[in-house]
Design a binder for this molecule. Structure first.
Ligand code: GLU
Length: 290
């Protein structure tokens, strides 16, 4: 059995809120109980939304909460840069592999085309189902030396069922092609998609268990397909239940009042927060060993 390697992977697009704090605390606890390593990865690919003040705040706020990590941008490690903005060559190498494997195609649909094609709501997910308009370009993929100029999609094997055992939520099953469609791996602005970057990094950093919010359950199904296409072993998954506000909306970075920043300013006690998290979630579920 490889020894436990977990990760926390925030995006510095706003101040972290209570939901992030709880998820990262769970990730931290699980790594520590397993006597494993915890990797900190700064997911700063979106240059328009990531801001230096949020980078500084995420380190500072998580340390205030009592978290520490063994590898990361500020403490070094073995797996190369832990900032996604510095890992382009790794993503490009894997893009080439997928292109050669015949599972990617260039997509020239504009945002307008997509809006027109989509009527179904997709609120529970971060990516609208793509109707497959550009699939016919699959045969041309190998003519491309680099991904820039268009976006790139992964051809999802329709009808296949993707099953995994989540260590918190139990058995999960998604229907490829129905629950989600051909998803982006490279964006038109020449940046790898979230799905691509996370899969490449989790594999390169030899992550054995991914702890993250339940909003990403469906993304896990997509990522399992990508991992398979890249010939990488899949990690285990532990998705944390989402925190909701008084209107039952899931917390987002716009909830300034529940940001760790604001809570700190109001005199919150990190020890009390950690106790509250421990009472709210069974972070020990599915844990192997002592
Ligand atoms: N960076 C992502 C976020 O902040 C999390 C990615 C992941 O855990 O896979 O939402």
């Amino acid at each position: 059995m490889p020894s436990y390697r977990g990760r926390i992977a925030p995006s510095p697009t706003g101040f972290l809120h209570l939901g992030h704090a709880r998820t990262f605390w769970v990730a931290h606890q699980r790594a520590r109980v397993a006597s494993g390593k915890l990797v900190f990865r700064n997911e700063d690919l979106d240059i328009h939304r990531c801001k230096p003040q949020f980078v500084a705040a995420m380190y500072d706020d998580l340390r205030w909460l009592g978290l520490d990590w063994d590898e990361g941008p500020d403490v070094g490690g073995l797996a190369g840069p832990y900032l996604q903005s510095q890992r382009r060559e790794f993503y490009l190498a894997e893009w080439r592999k997928l292109r050669d494997a015949g599972v990617l195609y260039p997509c020239t649909c504009s945002r307008k085309d997509l809006e027109r094609a989509l009527q179904a709501p997709h609120e529970d997910d971060d990516e609208a189902p793509y109707p497959g308009t550009c699939r016919e370009k699959l045969a041309t993929a190998r003519d491309w030396q680099s991904p820039d100029g268009v976006s790139w999609r992964f051809k999802v094997p329709g009808g296949q069922s993707i099953v995994f055992d989540d260590r918190c939520f139990g058995r999960q099953e998604f229907a490829a092609g129905t629950d989600f469609a051909d998803f982006l791996v490279w964006r038109r602005d020449d940046v790898p998609s979230y799905q691509m970057a996370v899969v490449v990094d989790d594999a390169a950093m030899q992550i054995t268990e991914v702890v993250r919010g339940a909003d990403l359950l469906k993304s896990t199904a997509r990522q399992l397909l990508l991992l398979e296409a890249l010939g990488c072993p899949a990690p285990e998954y532990f998705h944390c239940p989402l925190l909701r506000d008084e209107n039952n909306l899931r917390l987002a970075k716009r909830h300034d009042a529940l940001s760790l920043r604001a809570l700190r300013e109001q005199g919150a006690d990190p020890q009390e927060l950690r106790e509250k998290f421990a009472a709210e979630i069974d972070w020990h579920r599915g844990m192997l060993g002592p």
